[in-house]
Design a protein around this ligand. Sequence first.
Ligand SMILES: *Cc1c(COP(=O)(O)O)cnc(C)c1O
Length: 483
Amino acid sequence: MLPEHGRSGEDLLGELGRLREGDLPVRGGRVAAYVYDPGRPHVREVAHRAYLEMLEVNGLDPTVFPSTVELERQVVSAVAEVLGGDAATPGIFTSGGTESIVLALKAARDTRDSAAQDEVVVPVTAHPAFHKAAHYLGLRTVGVPVDPNTLRARTEAVAAALGPRTLLVVASAPSYPHGVLDPVAGIAALAAEHGVACHVDACVGGWVLPWLEPGRVAPFDLSVPGVTSLSCDLHKYGYAPKGASVVLFARQELRRAAYFASADWPGYTVVNSTVQSSKGAGPLAGAWATLQALGASGYRELAREAMTATRRLIAGIADLPELRVLGGGPDAPLVALAGEGVDVFALSEAMAARGWFLQPQLSYAGIPANLHLTLTGVSAHGVEDLLEALSASVEEVRGVRPDGVTELVELVRGLDLAELDDAGFAGLLSSLGVGGAGGEGGSGGSGMAAVNAVLDALDPPTREALLVRFLAALNSPHTGAGG
Ligand SMILES: *Cc1c(COP(=O)(O)O)cnc(C)c1O
């Protein structure tokens, strides 16, 4: 509730601190997804100061705040020069990978040869941002299978999906779930042959792959013939504060098609490079400062450390017969662990009890359920502890299945969701013992194994419907936390 009289800063920060006690830590590497810790306090410090310095600047109008133009030019050209472009490569600084992908698809749509081109061909391992972008832009996605062993997209499968309705094809470098690279050159060549666009999703890999030993992975950037756009998130392996990504275009025309202008009202003239209109310049300044503070050698070091951790983890997993690395080993510091006779959701819960967050990934398109780890520059320090925790957790959950899943699945299948409002759904969740926010329940902790097992047993549309209901219930006054 809004207080009648303003509260003191001390009081407010005290409350924030108490609220944060329920969050998992953003530093130290024990939360193996979502957060990227460079482990360099001076870098974080300067990024925070730069962010605050630009906090109140509005990126909406570059003529009023020309500092944002200079910062964006510097950030975009630094990224382009590393990713197969040069200082003149057109690009846009965005709030994240999703926004970069929305803009890449808008650019393709608004430069297409024919309005009949409304299909985006995505390997099934591509990020949901493509489904979201297609949904927002009036396009549709066409999923293509990946190789069941390597989990890389198959060029032949992409070729088979290409047709007169194709607008754009996607290749991931690498895919988020398993950290493996699609055959970018093959897919881009196909796209070029058919005269369609090709987007390389290097959101997660774009700022780690270039810093590994040269030749370690096949070329994947704008230098590959046929690639028309590429996304690279700086708030991932760029280690910048959240809200930072870059989308690059092979041609100037594409960047212009990503922009939006409107003079259809009596107010100020609107020309936006992004989906957002008014926007703080903090993320831009934070990303700029992080890039400049780390420099190429800093990123090389961080990438090396993350890969060392990855190799050590994989070697350790080889000694645990109950776990196996999906895709035959990643190309980047992202690992997916499937279980052999252990339930990965129970394992995730056991790991949470030991202070580790491993991200559950549901089974999909023949790929088994697994746990994802994003390793970063600080992971190497903790990898022995991680292996020990994994080994102990495997012992603990061997043969354990979350309770009552079959009954829960039946119950969910029999639900008429339309009959339940948010309070009703929240009541159902709590009667089933599923925590809301602010407890262990929301953070991969107690109770999540059963939830994930139930979701895993359902088809994707039902999963989606339940997730939406869950989020709405979470954000309603009827569920735990908050008050
Ligand atoms: C993270 C990610 C995205 C989406 O990025 P957000 O910054 O979360 O919007 C897209 N693609 C890949 C491969 C990613 O890893």
